[in-house]
Design a protein around this ligand. Structure first.
Ligand code: SAM
Length: 227
């Protein structure tokens, strides 16, 4: 898989996408992540990528020309399955969407800034808009990193224990059960006996019960969606 991220702050993404599972997935060649500096596609001596909004008002707007040139230069090299714009009013990122995106071959993620991007970028250049939640961040770099992380950890081989990603919360519309490790007793706070019993079927039964109880309590809508 290939993920090309267009940004004016590649530094923000450089470190966040170069650790742990993502780093190993890149090293194994499971994913190629490229950071494209939008300023490389500006044509004036100041490397401008933003301008004042037509009609007045606060804030600057990301211009269409550099974004168009950046996307076109990528599209010359390969076909893209999705061109994603990170936007507070996009569709919410969830596990189902991450699963779907992880099956794609090539995607572009455009990280916005300022008051946002010229609407024509959204109308004519991008194919999908994704939000990471109903709040506004200063830029699309953190959302781009979050979207990328949620996708890459699902790529086969990215996680050494393959089961691990499959048993995470939301994969089967359930919240994951609680997990414990040593010590068995810390200040009188004990690990549930069942986990020490060695009785695998009973442990699996307990985990499912815990998942169902937690889902009912914390994310009841997940259970309703299945009805
Ligand atoms: N004026 C815009 C609005 O009210 O929707 C907010 C612009 S925000 C300051 C700058 C950029 O950050 C956006 O263009 C978008 O790319 C990114 N961004 C901010 N919050 C986001 C969120 N919750 N999800 C995805 N992207 C977000």
């Amino acid at each position: 898989m290939r993920i090309d991220i267009i940004t004016i702050f590649p530094e923000i993404l450089q470190s966040s996408l170069n650790y742990s599972i993502i780093k190993r997935a890149r090293e194994k060649g499971l994913v190629e992540i490229n950071l494209i500096n939008l300023r490389d596609f500006a044509t004036d001596k100041h490397k401008s990528v933003d301008d004042y909004p037509f009609g007045g008002g606060a804030g600057m707007v990301m211009m269409i020309e550099p974004v168009y040139r950046a996307i076109e230069s990528l599209k010359k090299e390969r076909k893209y399955d999705e061109i994603i714009y990170t936007s507070p009013d996009g569709i919410h990122l969830n596990q189902k969407l991450a699963n779907r995106l992880s099956l794609l071959e090539n995607i572009i993620i455009l990280a916005g800034h300022y008051k946002g991007v010229d609407q024509r970028i959204r109308d004519y250049l991008v194919t999908m808009e994704i939000s990471i939640g109903d709040y506004v961040l200063s830029g699309g770099e953190l959302p781009a990193a979050i979207i990328t992380d949620s996708i890459v950890r699902l790529l086969p081989g990215a996680i050494s224990d393959e089961q691990s990603a499959l048993t995470d919360s939301f994969q089967d519309d359930l919240i994951a059960p609680p997990v414990y490790t040593r010590p068995v007793n810390f200040k009188g706070w004990k690990v549930p006996d069942i986990l020490l019993s060695g009785n695998t079927p009973e442990i699996e039964k307990w985990r499912l019960e815990q998942s169902l109880e937690r889902t009912k309590r914390l994310r009841p809508h997940l259970l309703k969606e299945d009805e």
